[in-house]
Design a protein around this ligand. Structure first.
Ligand SMILES: [Zn+2]
Length: 354
């Protein structure tokens, strides 16, 4: 059996088949305290690709932090081929203030590649780029919806890349969205460095939900198994074929007031079908919202107090929504019904509280 070579990171030498927590100093805060980016490095006994899994690039999007905590307990470097870098909280500043942004009001996911002499966001982006992204051939970055919104677990990938479609299919989230890359985003940066990126969107900011966490844990494991980094016969759930879309639309509130939704994430909808209503404070002058397309609801607002123009539904345009919706239901049921996998190998704690 091939044996991996040592992995060098943060001035440390990590032997094959071992795990090490490393920290990259970022900057000095106003109080004089130092801040650093924490990374857990699981360096496999056998050679293989390097993959990072990151969360909370938007500091209040913490679903991925829960996913990474589970992965950190499950993955065993002695049984691993290749290297996994876990970054449970990329935007450590927004994380502690429950904010999407950094103290300098920047969005970390618009600040890549950053620079060593730049703003706080730029310095953090620079370290993440050089110490994490550039060491890997694949990254899985986990986001949630913004505050007071919920996203059906979904994978977003750059359009027109067959390799990414293959990896996204292996992940097995209910929906795959092919979307353009944004300037300054982690996905944009990764593509410039030839690093494959899957972006998972799931759940709500500042909250945990079981479907999102299970989808993330199982999805990352299925991708690692697909790459030959872990064994694939360790209890991973088999899920159906995800729905795919390359166009999404937002449905916004036609007036300010109080909204009542009759459809939510995961629901199939037909063009012209009722999604919900918004009325005034006395329930007067109710206005309906209908779907502009055939599709699947992939995100919805959870706060009924709305202003005119607030985005209340995000819909992926998909043909045959009922048939696809049934497939999505079967995927989510399989994910939720699955026993935490890998008990024989100690991969998951069965008494996990989510
Ligand atoms: Zn985000």
């Amino acid at each position: 059996m091939d044996k991996a070579e040592a992995f060098m990171i943060a001035g440390e030498t990590i032997a094959p088949g071992t795990v090490r927590d490393v920290a990259f100093p970022i900057t000095t805060m106003a109080t004089g305290t130092n801040s650093s980016l924490a990374v857990k490095v699981l360096h496999g006994a056998r050679p293989g690709p390097a993959v990072f899994v990151s969360a909370a690039i938007h500091g209040d999007e913490i679903i991925g932090t829960a996913v990474i905590q589970r992965l950190a307990r499950m993955l065993r470097p002695e049984a691993l081929a290749g290297t996994v870098l876990l970054v449970p909280v990329a935007n450590i500043f927004g994380f502690i203030t429950h904010s999407r942004y950094l103290p300098d009001r920047r969005d970390l996911n618009r600040s890549f590649p950053g620079s060593a002499g730049g703003s706080l966001a730029g310095q953090l982006a620079h370290i993440f780029t050089n110490e994490v992204v550039r060491r890997c051939s694949l990254g899985i970055d986990i986001h949630s919806a913004a505050i007071h919104r919920y996203n059906l677990p979904q994978i977003r990938i750059a359009a027109g890349n067959r390799r990414l479609v293959e990896l996204a299919m292996a992940f097995g989230a209910p929906v795959i969205i092919e979307s353009p890359l944004r300037d300054g985003s982690l996905r944009g940066l990764a593509s410039k460095h030839g690093v494959d990126m899957l972006l998972m969107e799931a759940g709500e900011a500042l909250r945990f939900d079981r479907l999102s966490i299970e989808t993330g844990v199982e999805g990352v494991c299925r991708v690692l198994a697909h790459l030959g980094m872990i064994e694939s016969d360790d209890g991973l759930t088999t899920v159906g074929i995800p729905a795919r879309a390359n166009r999404t639309v937002w449905v916004r509130s036609p007036r300010g007031g109080v909204a009542q939704l009759v459809r939510e994430s995961g629901a199939p909808v037909r063009k012209g079908e009722l999604l919900g209503c918004v009325a005034g404070l006395f329930g007067e002058d109710e206005e309906a919202m209908v779907s502009p397309v055939d599709g699947i609801v992939i995100g919805h607002a959870t706060l009924p107090v709305v202003h005119q123009g607030d985005a209340l539904f995000h819909i992926a345009a998909i043909d045959h929504p009922e048939r696809v919706g049934a497939r999505i239901d079967s995927i989510t049921e399989a994910i939720l019904a699955s026993e935490p996998q890998g008990s024989a190998q100690g991969m998951l704690d069965e008494d996990e509280v989510v």
